[in-house]
Ligand binder design. Structure first.
Ligand SMILES: [Zn+2]
Length: 144
């Protein structure tokens, strides 16, 4: 048990963030850990700690998604169900949707802070990609 009070109440986020089609992640102090990385029932989790939690750590979660969305035009994930393709833009929109559904206030504050996100999609640009820009700052700034 830790005495950390950072972030207020304990976050009870659980999700499917490590590729399984069942709940395989949990939040510990703002970062996600892989529930499948445990050797014995009740033992410590061995893998994780790198992914910010979309619920209680929305800013870092969205910062990481922004970085990914701005550096990757497209890709695909192989999976048992045939996998799926993604673009920088789809990574970003999925991350925003997730953060907003789990933590609307935290997500809104994080988006304000990030301001502009230039997601990449395959296109006619010089590097074979086009920028789709999302602008978040401005709203609510005059709210006193
Ligand atoms: Zn959390």
């Amino acid at each position: 048990m830790s005495d950390k009070t950072q972030g207020g109440a304990a976050c009870e986020y659980e999700g499917k963030d490590f590729g399984a089609n069942y709940t395989d992640s949990c939040c510990i102090d703002g970062y996600l850990w892989d529930l499948d990385s445990c050797d014995e029932p009740g033992g410590p989790l061995l893998a994780g700690g790198d992914l910010p939690c979309p619920k209680c750590n929305a800013l870092e979660y969205l910062e990481q998604a922004k970085e990914e969305a701005e550096s990757c035009a497209s890709g695909s994930v192989a999976g048992s169900g045939g996998g799926f393709a993604y673009t920088g833009e789809s990574i970003w929109l999925a991350a925003v949707r997730k953060a907003e559904s789990l933590n609307p206030d935290g997500a809104a504050a994080a988006l304000q802070k990030l301001g502009v996100v230039e997601t990449l999609v395959p296109g006619d640009g010089p590097d074979g990609c086009t920028v789709h820009r999302y602008i978040y700052y401005g709203e609510g700034e005059t709210n006193e």
